[in-house]
Design a protein around this ligand. Structure first.
Ligand SMILES: [Fe+2]
Length: 184
């Protein structure tokens, strides 16, 4: 399916009304693009999976086990690739969908990583430029800091071949490259 980024953003904004959730989606998109580059995979495809992974969230907030399942159905109907559809379904552990591909595994960990890094920026004057890798790694260990950013999911980066340090570096640098777009 060939859709340009402007159209992808329109699809996202049509389905998600919360501005912070759109910024979160854009953050996961850029992390996924960087991870794809790191692994010699397709940054376009991985970026789409990141950008649209929460597309059903306005509809599934009250029924968490449907989150990802409904999103996958929506994306399938729109004609996105089976790899994207599967990764979106598998990113929510509550769907009990096995994470099979590198893309599945990367999306599962990139999602909470974007939350952790965003929380780091928020306590540093809302500026990503004030955040370095050591700061993120330190906060990672504080379980009560950004407790919604699931540490086990982030640590699962080892399942796609990255140490936590490498993953933080890639994710932080990628988010810094689009800091303005996400208001950080
Ligand atoms: Fe998400």
């Amino acid at each position: 399916m060939n859709v340009n980024r402007e159209e992808l953003l329109q699809i996202l904004k049509k389905n998600l009304k919360n501005e912070n959730l759109i910024k979160h989606s854009i953050a996961v998109e850029v992390i996924m693009r960087s991870l794809a580059e790191r692994f010699g995979e397709d940054p376009e495809e991985w970026g789409v999976a990141g950008l649209l992974h929460d597309i059903d969230l306005d509809k599934t907030r009250k029924i968490p086990k449907f989150h990802g399942v409904m999103g996958a159905e929506m994306l399938k109907k729109m004609g996105f690739s089976e790899s994207i559809v599967h990764a979106v379904k598998a990113h929510n552990p509550e769907t009990h969908t096995p994470r099979e591909t590198l893309l599945d595994k990367a999306l599962y960990s990139a999602d909470p990583m974007s939350g952790l890094i965003t929380a780091c920026a928020l306590v540093k004057g809302k500026k990503l430029s004030n955040v370095d890798e050591q700061f993120v790694l330190k906060r990672f260990k504080e379980k009560r800091f950004a407790s919604g950013a699931n540490r086990e999911q982030i640590s699962a980066c080892k399942d796609f071949g990255l140490s936590l340090e490498e993953f933080v570096k890639i994710a932080l640098n990628s988010m810094k490259s689009i800091a303005k777009e996400i208001g950080l």
